[in-house]
Design a protein around this ligand. Structure first.
Ligand code: LMR
Length: 336
């Protein structure tokens, strides 16, 4: 936190001068920080937003995109947003627990989103709206949800049944539900910033992790992970968020144009997420360094059985009402 405050003090003059709220003639600057590569659905979405905004509001608004944790890592970027050092982020839904907004973690319950329609039903319906209202008290405003498809499991040995997870150190995002999921499978979860994952896999600090093909490919995990299990056990979704005070302080016509750009970028990202991940999977296959393993229905059934206690164990944390609202939207039936 100390480091963040230091960075914020240094950055403050830029932000203040760049926000346009101080000087009428200076362009408003939106710093959009994220942790993944430009060539991912989120990376492309951030660049699309920049393109649309700068076309709609030439000279009035500039969007600076900082990919690959260049400015901040996962936890720090949320603090930086609250402090106003950056104006916009798109963290995954699994990263809001440390902020005290635990309901987002309901979407980390394994297998709870089974298809793209489920993602749409949840994020475009009541659940999506309710989750965003929980951020307001933290000085954050939610604008949209972006898709990055389904997550698979990566390791240096085949993970076919829960027995194969025993004793493996698996990197997870900062979600207690993901922690419970890995423990239920028999692994030892380790929370780690996305920026540190490659090196930790390389040096053996962790044995494996979970993620989408687009992140696997762009982070070059093929160099350090021999197996990719197509498990689709989780879904990686992002909340596009802004600093609330910054957003509400914008001139109304600027905010309206930004809203339009967000809506268009959202259709763009959610339209490419599936094909981008399929293309990434093909590149991983073609590269030949990582063996892609399809789980049999019997093996998948064993995973589902192993993680079943997580739904009840985590109900108090994420709220049974949130779980019920998600399952109502997706049609998912909780395994007993
Ligand atoms: C992760 O930390 O694994 C992901 O949330 C990274 C991302 O933003 O896609």
């Amino acid at each position: 936190m100390k480091r963040i405050i230091g960075a914020v003090l240094v950055a403050a003059s830029f932000v203040f001068a760049g926000s346009g709220l101080a000087r009428a003639d200076a362009p408003i600057v939106i710093k959009f920080s994220h942790v993944v590569a430009d060539g991912t659905p989120k990376g492309r979405g951030a660049l699309k937003f920049k393109e649309l905004v700068e076309k709609a509001l030439p000279g009035r608004v500039t969007v600076e995109v900082y990919p690959n944790s260049q400015l901040y890592k996962d936890k720090e970027e949320i603090e930086a947003l609250q402090l106003g050092a950056v104006q916009m982020l798109a963290p995954s839904m699994s990263k809001f627990g440390p902020l005290g907004v635990r309901e987002f973690e309901a979407l980390d319950l394994p297998f709870i989103l089974k298809d793209d329609a489920g993602f749409k039903a949840v994020t475009e319906g009541e659940v999506g709206k309710t989750l965003f209202t929980k951020l307001e008290a933290k000085g954050i405003k939610g604008l949209a949800y972006w898709d990055n498809g389904f997550e698979d499991m990566f390791a240096n040995k085949p993970l076919l049944t829960p027995d194969d997870f025993k004793g493996l150190k698996m990197r997870i995002q900062s979600s207690k539900v993901l922690d419970a999921q890995m423990r239920a499978l028999g692994a030892i979860p380790q929370v780690m910033a996305f920026a540190e994952v490659y090196q930790s896999l390389q040096t053996g600090v962790v044995d494996g992790t979970e993620g989408t093909p687009s992140n696997f490919y762009t982070q070059k995990y093929a160099d350090v992970q021999k197996y990719l299990m197509v498990s689709n056990h989780n879904h990686l979704s992002y909340a596009v968020i802004v600093n609330k005070a910054f957003w509400e302080g914008l001139p109304a016509d600027v905010r309206a144009a930004l809203d339009k750009a967000i809506a268009e970028s959202t259709s763009y990202v959610n339209g490419i997420a599936k094909s981008e991940n399929e293309a990434a999977m093909e590149k991983i296959r073609a590269n030949g360094k990582t063996q892609i393993i399809e789980l049999t229905p019997g093996q998948k059934a064993q995973w589902i059985k192993a993680v079943a206690p997580v739904y009840t164990d985590m109900a108090a944390r994420v709220g049974q009402d949130t779980i019920d609202a998600v399952t109502k939207a997706t049609g998912f039936v909780l395994p007993k």
